[in-house]
Write a protein that binds this ligand. Sequence first.
Ligand SMILES: [Zn+2]
Length: 543
Amino acid sequence: MRIVSTFVLVLLTAFTAPRLAAQQAETQTPAHSGVITDSERVARLKTEVVAEVERMRDFTQQMVDQIFSFGELGFQEIETHRYLVNLLRQNGFEVEEGIAGIPTAFMASWGSGKPVIALGSDIDGIPQSSQKPGVAYRDPIVEGAPGHGEGHNSGQAVNITAALALKKIMERDKIPGTIRIWPGTAEELVGTKAYFIRAGLFKDVDVALFTHVGRNLGVSWGAAGGTGLVSVEYQFEGETAHSAGAPWRGRSALDAVELMNIGWNYRREHLPLEHRSHYIVKNGGDQPNVVPRTASVWYYFRQTTYPKLMDLWKIGDEIAEAAAQMSGTKLVNTRVLGSAWPRHFNKVIAEATYENIKQVGLPEWSEADQTLAKAVQRELGSPEQGLATRLGPLGPPLPDAQNRGGGSDDIGDISWNVPTVTLSFPSNIPGLPGHNWADSIAMATPIAHKGATAGAKAQAMTLVDILLKPEIVERAWDYFNTVQTKDMKYQPLIRPQDQPAIELNRDIMATYREEMRKYYFDPTKYKTYLEQLGIEYPTIRKQ
Ligand SMILES: [Zn+2]
C-alpha cells in the first residue's frame, strides 16, 4: 500500500506543484486558492463511498427516526446520548463520555495518525414542538412536549453514515487518519462548544466538518450571516415583606427585573439595527403576597462581530446595575449560560466540499414529498414553493455591512480554532418559522431521510479529499492563519468562573419524559417511525 500511496503523492505533487509555482509568479495568488483536482484513485474511492452510503439508506433512516422520537432538550439528551454512544462502540469507535464536564457530551474516535478529522452535529430539540411527522397541520404527539422543531435529529445520521462508509475503505486500503465524532450538545442554548474548546478537545484536530439540517445541499466560506451570541442570566436580590402589611419594608427583586427589561426596551431603539436581543423571566418570585427576595432574567445578546457583541453585553450589564439601584436591590450574580462566536468558515474546505455537492446533487423528491411540503407551506402562509430542486451557489463571505443579523450557532467557537465548514443538507421544508412545531413535520419522513443520505454522500466524499490530499489540510491552515485570524483572534466569551449550565431543561424533561417514552421508535418492530405511529404519508388537511 505504501508504494501506491507514494505513487499517488508523486502524481499529485507533479500535478499541483508547477501550477502553484506559476500562479505565485504571475498573479501572486495566495496558497489557499484554487480547487485541487481528484486523482484517479481519489475519484474511484469517492464513487465507492457514495455507493456504500447508498446501501446504508435504511441505517441512516433508522438513526434519523430514532433521535426524532427521543425529542430531548439541551443538556438532557440522555436517551440520544446513550443511543449514539452504543451505536458508535458497536461500530468500533472508542468513546469518552461526559467530556468537558457535560454528561450528555462525548468524543468518539476511530483510526490512528494524521489527519485528525472531527465530525460534529447538534442533537437537541426545541420546547413545545412535539409534532406528528408527515402531518401538514399542528398535531402534537404529546401536547406541550418538546420535539425536533429545528431538525437536530438528522445531523448525526449524516456524519455517522459517512464515517462508517469511509472506515470500511480505510480498513481495506490501510489509509491512515483519525475520525472523531462528537455531538453539538445543547446547541439551542449555545451551551457547550466553547467548553469543548476550553477543555482542549480540538487541539490536535486538523479539520472540523460540521453539518446542520437545511433546505438545500450547500456550504459557504468566510464570515457567515447571522450573529454571535452571549446568553446571560442576571440575578437580583432584595428583601421579603408582607406585600400588603408592610410593603415599604420589602425590596422587590422582581422590580429590578422589570426595570431592567423596560430600560433595555427603551435602549433598543438606539442599538445597531443588525443586533438581536431577547429575554425570558427565569425567576419572578414565589407568590404575590410575599415581596420577591430573589428574581432573575435571562438575556440573549446577539451581534455580528465579536467587538460589537462585547459592546452590547456591556450595555446589558450597565442597565442591570441601574435597575438594581432604582429598586433598592442588589445585582448579586451574572451567569453566562451559553455563548457563540460569529461563524467564519474555511475557504479551502468549503471549495472542496462544494465540488462534491455538485456531484451528489439534490435528492429525487416524490410527489408525496412535494405534496407534504406545499401543504405545510400553505398552512403557515408561506409561498407554496415545495422542496428545493436546484442547488445554490457556493456561499461567499457576507460583508459585515450587509449582515442584517439572525441566528447563531456555537460552531462559531470551533471555527475560530480549527479550519471548519458547515455542510447544510436538504432534510427540511423551506419557508417555515424555525423553532416551531411546523419545522418538526418533515423530520421523520422520506424528506429528512433522503436529505440525510445526500448529506452523507457529500460528507463522505469530502472525507476522502481530506484523507488523501494532504495539500488541502495545508492550504486550509494557510487560509486560517493568514486570512481568517490575521486581525481577529479567538477569545472565549465564557469567563473563567462560568461552567456548563447542565441543569437547564431538567424540569421540562421531567414533566414530559414518561409520556414521550411511550412513543420512542422501536426499529425491531417497525421499519419507519411513520409506520409505528400509523401515519398515512402525507396527511394533509381536507380542503
Ligand atoms: Zn440548529
